[in-house]
Design a protein around this ligand. Sequence first.
Ligand code: C5P
Length: 228
Amino acid sequence: MNADPRLYVALDLPSIEDAQQMVDRLGDAVVSYKIGLQLLPLGGAEFGQRLKSQGKNVFYDFKLHDIDATVEKATRSIATLGADLLTVHARPDVMAAAAGGRGKSGLKVLGVTVLTSLDQQALDDIGYYLSAEELVMRRVTQALDAGIDGVVSSPLEAAKIRTQVPDGFLVVTPGVRMPGGDKGDQKRVATPGNALRFGASHIVVGRPITAASDPRLAAMAVLENMRA
Ligand code: C5P
């Protein structure tokens, strides 16, 4: 079965060696990888460059959130690394600063709307007065206004988002689980095939693949579900 570039495997692993071993085990089944906060302090940015030189797609999930000047300069630095995707939190000022920082580079900026591990109770506890869906939709509008390239959302919001955004706008969904799979800390989830049907342009799958006894077999099952 051919790899599908729309499947990003989240390399949330304890070391660069573990991440490289995972990439080796997945072999030609996976061409797109997400590097997040666990690997960033251990050389994750350089590891992303190595993956790019091997022809992989690289998504830096660094979730930037700071004052405008810092976000803009950080995004400009990250754009020099040659990755494909970068996340920032979906606040209007943060997204606009990131759009300025990526300039005309090939880096695409995604706004993280509402983390897929948060349910309504968690949002109430934080003090947000909107429902998860209302908050996501408000942030989608703000992402469009800021001129960034897409958003990260739960698959459950992808269909509604698709009705509000232009065709090329990216909707990247973590919170993807196989039918009957363990949800872990994720709350707002869907299967790979349903996430795409709902309008996701890309899906992110971590532990269902990386914690499987046979990650390559697990990735194949995800690919099959994407195609079903
Ligand atoms: O292991 P699992 O499939 O739950 O991994 C999901 C990945 O997507 C994690 O790396 C997590 O940080 C990331 N993510 C998320 N929800 C968001 C944005 C990113 O779960 N809204």
